[in-house]
Design a protein. Structure first.
Length: 582
């Protein structure tokens, strides 16, 4: 039986994917954990949840081109290309006659958002995925050919998983060792396990922080792993791996076990969606191979390879339609822009800057550590509101500057803030003057747009609480909605008990922050000022429909327990009870 079809396919996939993924790598620090990984790399720190990735990232951070975030984006692109080449190698070991079916697996992974994001921004999950697929590929090769170098390579790949996802790596290493031992590799397994154990001691020696905790859940695992085109990888991979195991395809049961390990890790610990999708993609290739075995079992040569690849084209087409990622949502310099907008206009320190959102904190931490931004300000990490407000109070008592990305939190008064850029200087007395706000900021990427929305709402909240309703409308960019005459009315309007502001009582987390919140805030401004409000239809967000119901209750047209409010859901009922109890 021919096994060596398309012998250079791994190399071709590696070369092509390397070019594609490097060109699509993140161009800046990235958001959230990606920027934190860049900080660790720049400081050459090792943390307990991914010490081997930290070592590799620290080396990559020394490269002489681009900023640290970009360098790590290129590193992860290289690791992703190696992962895709490993998928090809694994498929070759699993279904050697139909190795071209691996191109279907590769295409689906390239379209899957979790994999593309892991390949573009700093993070250890892509190193764990690379280790997992190569551990399976080399383990299957050893079970077939009994070459010692394959056994050592399999255990070396396990070390990559241990150093980037410790709990998963431990399980994968034990499973691979059992597989190699049962395949006759007793001596090489013992030597390899000893080497891996020594590496583990070195990696965790003086590493900072504990091992990762149980931060995952079934709901989050389903949401992340089934996002966009990834749902096709999950569905087809489960079918392929299950079919292979049930039909006693050589090594398929070990593949199914790897899938179980990766899935359990994603549910319990989290952060390993790329690993789960990578091992599932190996199972995807079983489907076109099975189609050929059923329809053209005697076909060989180039025609068989073309048929194997072509049989998976419908899967690729469906994946592209349901949410294929053709390019990552790269924020570029947006995190740097956000950090600058929050701090550049603040008065000279010494002082503190209190972040109330994780996105803000990571952006500030990156710019402070990498670029030395505002050394006169101490950036305070996320704290409960009743602790964060104490930090502000202590700073003000010590005659130091206090600033934040929010106008108020905890027991602070929202009016006792001075807008500075997109941030706020928090003060002890009511400000005597005000500035005319500009509209919402423009930050690249979905996360950037969310942050722009939240900052604009925070500025509008401050202006409205300070009885400057026209300024609140301008902060949200609602000049086109209200016009000059309505803005003049808003400028002269004061909130009354008969028309109280309602926005703060609404449940606003039904969807991601965006301009839909501006319209609801605009409804609230119009309500307080007695201006005309557009009719709200049944397709409007629940919060906007609830606001309309509340207006009718206050005007005596409805009762708080009206069935139409209950029809909006439990959250709407609870918010209604809270509002009218006050």
């Amino acid at each position: 039986m021919a096994r060596v079809n398309l012998p250079k396919l791994e190399t071709i996939v590696l070369a092509v994917m390397l070019v594609l993924l490097v060109l699509d790598a993140g161009g800046g620090p990235g958001w959230h954990a990606a920027s934190a990984e860049s900080v660790f790399a720049a400081r050459m720190e090792r943390v307990g949840y991914a010490p081997l990735y930290n070592v590799i990232a620290s080396v990559a951070a020394l490269l002489p081109w681009g900023e640290v975030g970009f360098r790590l984006g290129v590193l992860d692109a290289v690791l992703a290309a190696l992962t895709l080449a490993g998928v090809v190698a694994a498929v070759r070991a699993l279904v050697p006659r139909d190795v071209s079916a691996s191109l279907v697996s590769v295409a689906l992974l390239v379209l899957a958002p979790p994999v593309r994001e892991a390949a573009a921004f700093a993070g250890p999950s892509i190193l764990a995925a690379c280790g997992a697929v190569w551990a399976f590929a080399c383990g299957a090769r050893y079970a077939r050919d009994h070459q010692a170098h394959d056994a050592f390579a399999a255990l070396g790949a396990c070390a990559l998983v241990i150093g980037s996802a410790p709990w998963l790596g431990g399980l994968v290493t034990i499973s691979t060792a059992v597989w190699l031992f049962r395949s006759g590799g007793r001596d090489v397994t013992a030597i390899g396990i000893g080497a891996v154990g020594a590496l583990v001691v070195v990696l965790w020696l003086d590493a900072n922080g504990p091992l990762p905790g149980a931060a995952g859940s079934l709901a989050s695992a389903v949401a992340v792993s089934g996002r966009g085109a990834a749902v096709i990888v999950v569905g087809a991979g489960l079918i392929g791996a299950g079919f292979g195991a049930l039909t006693a395809l050589p090594h398929a049961r070990w593949l199914a076990w790897f899938v179980v390990l990766a899935g359990a890790h994603e549910i319990v610990v989290g952060g390993s969606a790329a690993v789960l999708l990578a091992v599932l993609a190996i199972g995807v290739a079983i489907i076109p191979s099975a189609i050929i075995r059923a329809t053209q079992p005697k076909l060989e040569g180039p025609r068989r390879q073309l048929l194997a690849a072509g049989a998976g084209v419908p899967l690729i087409a469906i994946a592209a339609l349901v949410g294929g990622t053709f390019t990552v949502d790269d924020p570029g310099r947006a995190p740097t822009q956000l950090a600058g907008d929050l701090t550049a206009a603040q008065p000279p320190g010494p002082g503190v800057f209190v972040a109330t959102r994780a996105t803000t904190w990571f952006a500030l931490q990156y710019e402070s550590a990498i670029a030395g931004m505002r050394p006169d300000l101490a950036f305070v990490p996320l704290l409960p509101p009743t602790e964060a407000d104490a930090v502000v109070a202590n700073a003000l008592r010590g005659q130091r500057i206090a600033a934040s990305d929010a106008a108020a939190f905890g027991r602070l008064d929202v009016r006792r803030a001075i807008p500075r850029g997109r941030g706020f200087q928090l003060v002890g007395d009511l400000p005597a003057t005000s500035t005319v706000p500009s509209g919402p900021a423009s930050y690249a990427s979905a996360v950037g747009r969310e942050q722009a929305t939240l900052l604009a709402l925070e500025r509008a909240r401050h202006e409205a609480a300070s009885q400057r309703l026209d300024a609140a409308a301008r902060a949200l960019g609602l000049e086109a909605r209200f016009g000059a005459a309505d803005l003049a009315i808003l400028a002269a309007t004061l909130a009354t008990a008969e028309r109280p502001a309602l926005f703060g009582y609404l449940p606003l987390d039904e969807r991601r922050p965006g301009p839909w919140l501006y319209e609801i805030f605009g409804d609230d401004l119009a309500w307080v000022a007695g201006l005309a409000i557009p009719t709200v239809d049944d397709h409007a967000p629940i919060a906007r429909r609830l606001h309309a119901k509340w207006r009718d209750v206050i005007l005596g047209k409805l009762k708080p327990d009206d069935p139409s409010i209950a029809a909006l859901g439990v959250r709407a009922v609870a918010a209604t009870n809270e509002l009218f109890a006050k």
